[in-house]
Design a protein around this ligand. Sequence first.
Ligand code: NDP
Length: 246
Amino acid sequence: MSARVALVTGGTGGIGTAICKRLADLGHKVATNYRNEDKARAWQRKLQAEGYEIALARGDVSLPEDGQALVREVEAQLGPVDILVNNAGITRDTTFHKMTYQQWNEVIRTNLDSCFNVTRPVIEGMRARKWGRVIQIASINGQKGQYGQANYAAAKAGMHGFTISLAQENAKFGITVNTVSPGYIGTDMVMAVPEEVRNKIVAQIPLGRLGTPEEIAYAVAFFIPEEASWITGANLSANGGQYMGW
Ligand code: NDP
């Protein structure tokens, strides 16, 4: 397929890095955002050593003005964004009766508001060019709920509500909008969970192991080629069989 410009938010993280590499391997020009420049440049140099050129643009995706600025910066470096992967995300876990407004709000702003903040500046251009791919990285816990994650599960379920509305509005413009809902992946986010809790999680996964970032990157890449243009508004579960619902 022809080379496209892809913006992957949170590309410096565990899953984001694998998505950036996979899209670059497919011949696309890839960019991601950063908040800490030193950390991001070190990441960029590491990937350069592996043969990957990933562009960087500053921006906190929880802020609308940063979303605008980072999209404009990516456009200036690489051209109009054809593929957007809303991947940046955080957790602030605690049971709801102990949850502070700050824990609620940080997660909603980073995981859900970010979909508005970064998609809004790219969608008009995609509509004008009659081609686009918008892919949300949600979570198994947005599908089934999770003890201690009312904020995170609400944001992740909201991401799929965003997907299915945007899919309807933009289908006639050659734009597909889909969600990938990963199960537990062996990134820093999950390795930070205490080992005994992690062992209990693995015991609930029919495949008997955590997923890899590369397996999520594969699911993301599935939605991009022309052959996938009939698939829009889908929620692709990639979770080792842990949850088989919607
Ligand atoms: P990481 O913590 O490894 O990476 C998160 C990335 O998001 C980092 O690049 C981080 O940048 C960036 N980020 C966080 N907040 C912001 C912000 N406000 N503005 C800009 N960038 C931000 O997480 P994972 O790779 O594990 O997760 C990626 C996505 O996958 C998340 O949405 C997560 O919820 C989802 N997911 C992960 C699962 C897992 O098991 N790991 C399971 C299901 C879903 P910085 O370095 O600046 O913090």
